[in-house]
Design a protein around this ligand. Structure first.
Ligand code: KG4
Length: 338
């Protein structure tokens, strides 16, 4: 018997709903919230209200596009955390309410697991998916982790950031350059026209597999400050080179530790996930990194890199198949380790 899961994602500023049947994607609808643009970051209270407005039309549209009725669903998977608590409450409550109405179970999903398991979503029959174990570089606005993925439920974080995440390094540096929020995609676009060797920014020297991005941020700020004194038009004149050099440094930091992790764990394949895995430079660098080592690279379609409910439905499917349903009294959580 086939299993159809509705996924609901509301952890940050995207309301998303998706329908998946046996791992095959049938719809993935995302309503992004433009309300935050003028604030230079996500405003939690506004995010919760926008989720409340968007959730019903988003879920209805996902069901319509998939050609299913709520009564055809076997379960509802929802992001339980980590994320903004008020935002998570909207998706969690909606999922529970609909599940009670339909008399079906809910499955709670860890948002970080979902990013990693997005590689198992098939958009067409017969599509290949990774084999366990594999190494995953999980890079988003809130996390930078190297995760050894042994199974859909056994994930070992072997390296993590001790301060900022890679996405924060992109966004914070972009902000001081006067670029809109989130800055990552703008840096990506500008970097394509710049010289990655034009500026040198500091790289961390911390032992082991952990990351640090706060030193890079400081070094980027100092470069701007020193040069702006002499030339107030410095940023405008050098924005492409600044973006290219920043992006190259972030990639170098990411890959140096990934190389250590791969030496230590010897995986057959490496996957990337999270918002920063949409970055063109990161995608190219990971493909080269894996080619040089004779291992397989799993690079997700861009639509699965940012927050989406397809990955939540996928992670939910794995748990549903093991009978791991969620107690309806479970609250969402703002922070969590994998
Ligand atoms: O996973 P995600 O959607 O959610 C959070 O963790 O919040 O990641 C968002 C992050 C932001 O920092 C954004 O700037 C970054 O992903 N991002 C990018 C690109 N697209 C999104 N960073 C660099 N290049 C991109 N093309």
């Amino acid at each position: 018997m086939s299993v159809t899961i509705l996924g609901i994602e509301s952890s940050c500023d995207d309301t998303s709903a998706a329908v998946l049947t046996d791992g095959l994607l049938r719809s993935n609808v995302i309503s992004s919230q433009s309300v935050h643009e003028s604030y230079g970051g996500v405003v939690p209270e506004l995010a919760s209200r926008a989720h409340q407005q968007n959730i019903l039309p988003t879920v209805s549209e996902a069901l319509r596009q998939a050609g299913v009725q709520a009564s055809d669903l076997n379960a509802i998977a929802f992001t339980r955390g980590p994320g903004l608590l008020g935002s998570l409450l909207v998706g969690t409550s909606f999922a529970k309410g609909l599940a009670i109405a339909e008399g079906i179970p809910t499955v709670d999903v860890n948002h970080l697991h979902a990013h990693i398991l997005s590689h198992f979503i098939r958009t067409e029959e017969g599509q290949e998916v990774p084999e366990f174990p594999f190494m995953c570089l999980l890079i988003s606005g809130g996390n930078s982790q190297i995760v050894y993925v042994k199974s859909p439920s056994e994930m070992e974080i072997v390296g993590r950031t001790i301060d900022d995440a890679a996405g924060e390094a992109f966004d914070k540096c972009a902000k001081v350059m006067g670029l809109p929020y989130p800055g990552g995609p703008h840096i990506d676009r500008l970097a394509a026209e710049g010289d990655p060797k034009a500026f040198r920014f500091s790289r961390p020297h911390i032992p082991g597999l952990d990351y640090s991005f706060s030193g890079l941020k400081t070094s980027f700020l100092y470069t701007l400050r020193d040069n702006l004194k002499a030339d107030p038009g410095f940023i405008e004149k050098h924005k492409a080179d600044l973006a290219a050099s920043l992006q190259a440094t972030i990639i170098r930091i990411l890959l140096d530790k990934l190389a250590l992790a791969v030496e230590r764990y010897r995986p057959d394949s490496v996957a990337i996930g999270g918002g920063v895995s949409a970055n063109s430079g990161v995608r190219r660098a990971i493909a080269d990194f894996c080619r040089e080592r004779g291992i397989r690279a799993w690079i997700p379609p861009r639509s699965f890199t940012t927050d989406n409910a397809a990955m939540v439905a996928m992670a939910g499917y794995f748990k549903y198949m093991k009978g791991e349903y969620c107690d309806l009294s479970l609250p969402p959580f703002a922070r969590v380790e994998i």
